[in-house]
Design a protein around this ligand. Sequence first.
Ligand code: UD1
Length: 363
Amino acid sequence: MIKIMLIAGARPNFMKIAPIARSFNKTNEIEYKILHTGQHYDQNMSDIFFEELGIRNPDYHLGAGGGTHAQQTAKIMVQFESICENERPDLVVVVGDVNSTLACSIVAKKMHIKVAHVEAGLRSFDLTMPEEINRMVTDSISDLFFVTEEQGMVNLKKEGKPDSSIHFVGHVMIDNLYYQLAKLGKMPPETFKTTEYKQHHTRYGVVTLHRPSNVDDKNTLEVVIDSLSSISRTLPLIFPIHPRTRKNLETFGIKPAETITLTDPLSYMEFLNLWKDSVVALTDSGGLQEETTALGIPCLTLRENTERPITVTQGTNELVGTSKEKLMVNFEKIMAGNWKTGRKPDLWDGQAAERITDTILAS
Ligand code: UD1
């Protein structure tokens, strides 16, 4: 019997641990506990996902949200250390690149507990991004690397990781996308609040924006909102706002055009119900770049770089940064129906979590 702690803390983590938990449920050789660090804590950023994901509630909830990066990371580390003292897991599984990923991998490794990193090897090579630091530190001490795209393997090998520790398994986020898409297909459209928006707007785009580099600086946020407002006069946009972005729009007194519909953060299913039928996704999220590639929806990423290059080389994604000109040129191409169709990357087939479970059982 292998004893595992499965860690989640922020919104994109919940979708990534769900397929792993569902896969662990199918074997009696793994005993696992789910730990939620509480990095994200609003109902709409956290609890609602557990309700939809078909996994049990966390066994531990640390309530370590808010504060600066150091405060948040430290709060998680102190509490996680004492839980590991009691639980003594054989393996800690961390996903993604958030502060919770970093905090829990460091604690486990110092206690000589093996660490598996899911979504390992991704690099934006942009050290101004907190996530890049989290990725680099987590990968520098992990024992098992589960990789979503080929470039991840290249990066890890360059950093000297032994071949035997690197496993190209595909993407658990995409496993979850297919799982929830199938579920959604069986539910009447009226189940979702977002269906009302779709009834009023036959063609529309979706927006998500929360990166500090886009939303923490007044001038940058003004430029970005101005560009989105221009687009929305041609194609109506719906924008579920992250708490960080909402706070900054209010503080800076920036008002998006009325053709941009602002909503609170949405549950996974509510948001999927919207973006799966959208004309374009305008985003700075990591996950949405990949999910739009999986479903062939055009995506314009408001960043200068991406740690997920396969979404550009094989998928439907383009990087436009914060330049209005670049954004408009690419937007016009999409509106003209002149966009690349892309292909689904290798192993993005809904079976990544099964491969992870098999690898853990064999290692
Ligand atoms: C975090 C991740 C980011 C991920 C994003 C997804 C890090 C460094 N960043 O960014 O990689 O893409 O989650 O959303 O781990 N807040 C609330 N309620 C919440 C959550 C956040 O009000 O439930 C507000 C708080 O003011 C908080 C701020 O948002 O201080 C930022 O939250 P934080 O978890 O530090 O980072 P995110 O910007 O959410």
